[in-house]
Write a protein that binds this ligand. Structure first.
Ligand code: PLP
Length: 374
């Protein structure tokens, strides 16, 4: 029997000007964090979102940290974050010596529950970080209403959702600051990279100063603030600009992949997808719930996929279960939906170049394995 070719979980695609722009940075010598591609990438990223400012950073995690520091989050403050997300969302709050409060997510859309947020508001609450998980927009209308009522800052974690639209508004433009990641498996990549977008002139200026060691913008080597080196390099930005030029096509191809998966799984009643409330989600990594499975059964399905050379991933584990989130007072009730989705969830290969035959084979293999679980 010939072994089937390996199907990876994710793969970047460089089909545009990536190489050309990158070589240009090397030829010009501008490889570090000064150079024309940084501003070009920021300008185009801001234009794509219809916002005034885009501030590029070295990765998505520090984009979140930069946004929180610029927004004044500090020790003693509480920031409500979803319990079911990539760990960086919560960690970025701890880097400010503030306290992330892990709130439950909705069972249908897997995103921050407005009800759980409301239940976790105290006199110390300063901000909320909705995450548009797997490219699916969170319930921003309800979250914005709560933020308005309690005068809270909203920082959107859009790391997985570049290009998604919620009731006509792009994700990242609905709060005070929107944060993005350009890690190798994200919608567009710069290797490592991140971005903060905002319409607020003061926040934008503060982020620009903070990412450059807190240095005064007109007096070299004079520092007004305790800052960081969070800058993006010209090499990263060169790749990012080329990727952004292709964004519409990239999103469309990912959409086609979603629909092919959706079709292939439509006959299997045990499989539940993330509800998107008719928003324009983007397909970051196709992810589903296998209703009623235990974690062991989920892992057994992943092993069966692996035996067919198909790479898959468990979804995120609930953050409240991590050792370093157990001791402090990081949650006030057990986030039950987070636990449920975490146990039943699995992410499947999603990348440009994955063909319909691969997708159908993946779906058949998964459905068969699921049927064999006892
Ligand atoms: C990827 C990701 C981040 C962090 O991005 P990095 O660029 O890898 O640091 C933050 N939040 C979420 C939800 C992510 O998926």
């Amino acid at each position: 029997m010939t072994e089937r070719k390996k199907i990876n979980i994710a793969k970047p695609s460089f089909l545009g000007n990536e190489k050309k722009y990158l070589v240009d940075t090397i030829d010009s010598g501008w490889i570090s964090s000064i150079g024309p591609y940084i501003e070009k990438f920021e300008v185009e990223f801001a234009r794509y979102h219809g916002v005034k400012h885009a501030v590029a950073t070295h990765n998505g995690t520090i984009a979140l940290h930069l946004a929180l520091v610029a927004a004044g989050i500090t020790s003693g403050d509480e920031v409500v974050v979803p319990d079911f997300t990539f760990v960086a969302t919560a960690n970025s709050v701890r880097y400010c010596n503030a306290r992330p409060i892990l709130a439950d997510v909705e069972r249908d859309d897997w995103n921050l529950s407005p009800e759980a947020v409301a239940a976790n508001i105290t006199s110390k609450t300063k901000a909320i970080i909705p995450v548009h998980l797997y490219g699916n927009p969170a319930r921003m209308n309800e979250l914005r209403a709560i933020a308005k009522q309690y005068d809270l800052i909203i920082i959107e974690d859009c790391a997985e959702a570049l290009g998604a639209i919620y009731q006509g508004e792009r994700v990242g433009t609905m709060g005070d600051i929107g944060c993005f990641s350009f890690f190798g498996n994200k919608i567009i990549t710069t290797g490592e990279g991140g971005m903060c977008i905002t319409n607020n002139d003061v926040l934008a200026e503060r982020m620009r100063i903070l990412r450059d060691h807190g240095m005064n913008r007109s007096k070299k080597y004079w520092y007004d603030l305790l800052g960081f080196n969070y800058r993006m390099t010209n090499m990263q930005a060169a790749v990012g600009l080329a990727q952004l030029e292709q964004i519409d096509g990239l999103l469309k191809t990912r959409d086609d992949i979603y629909r092919t998966y959706e079709n292939a799984f439509s006959s299997c009643k045990k499989i539940v997808l993330q509800e998107n409330h008719h928003q324009q989600s983007v397909n970051w990594i196709f992810t589903l719930r296998m209703q009623g499975v235990s974690e062991e059964q989920r892992d057994a399905v992943m092993a069966d996929l692996k035996a067919q050379n198909i790479d898959s991933r468990p979804v995120f584990y609930p953050i409240h279960q991590m050792d370093f989130y157990q001791n402090g007072d990081f949650f006030r009730s057990i986030p039950e939906n987070s636990k449920l989705i975490s146990r039943e969830g699995i992410s499947l290969p999603t990348f440009i170049g994955l063909d319909h035959g691969d997708i159908n084979f993946i779906a058949e293999t998964l459905i068969e394995s699921l049927g064999n679980q006892r």
